[in-house]
Ligand binder design. Structure first.
Ligand code: FES
Length: 163
């Protein structure tokens, strides 16, 4: 990105007022963020070789179509492997900004491998998602935890990082 473009977006080289406007826009967007379905499509999720007998492409199309029809009520994005392959297909239901303010936290749904689970995820997101509406009981049974943090990758306290 050129310096002019960077400056226009409120980054380096921007006037202080442009930078402030950029920060305000980012904060405003975060304050209005809707519930988001993060659909894993890595090495195991969405892969027919690992889970034959389920139409993974249909699932993603169904989620995207419902998000488009929601008029901004919720959104869908895909991600690479989330590190819990043994629970594929994984969909993380992230709370909206309002849901997060109400105490909602991301819900990791594992084994999302049938039409009913897909519809339950959609219905929950359309109703508001974490923090605003309780999940369907049958969906809650499929909640899994995020992968444990690898202590070897964590920087040690009191030790300066090399640059
Ligand atoms: S591919 Fe989905 S958790 Fe690894």
């Amino acid at each position: 990105m050129g310096e002019r473009q960077t400056a226009r977006r409120g980054g380096r080289g921007a006037l202080p007022s442009q930078r402030t406007a950029g920060v305000r826009a980012a904060i405003g967007a975060a304050a209005r963020r809707p519930c988001t379905l993060v659909v894993c499509r890595g090495c195991c999720c969405g892969v027919a070789r690992k889970h034959p007998g389920f139409d993974h492409a249909w699932q993603l199309e169904r989620l995207r179509a419902a998000a488009a029809a929601s008029g901004g009520g919720f959104q869908v994005r895909t991600t690479d492997c989330l590190g819990v392959c043994e629970q594929a297909n994984v969909v993380v239901v992230q709370p909206s900004a309002d849901g997060r303010r109400a105490g909602g936290r991301a819900a990791w749904v594992g084994f999302a491998l049938d039409d009913d689970r897909t519809e339950e995820i959609l219905e929950w997101a359309a109703a508001g998602g974490p923090g605003l509406v309780a999940p369907p009981a049958t969906l809650e049974k499929l909640f899994v935890g995020p992968p444990r943090e690898d202590p070897a990758r964590r920087p040690r306290e009191g030790r300066a990082r090399r640059r």
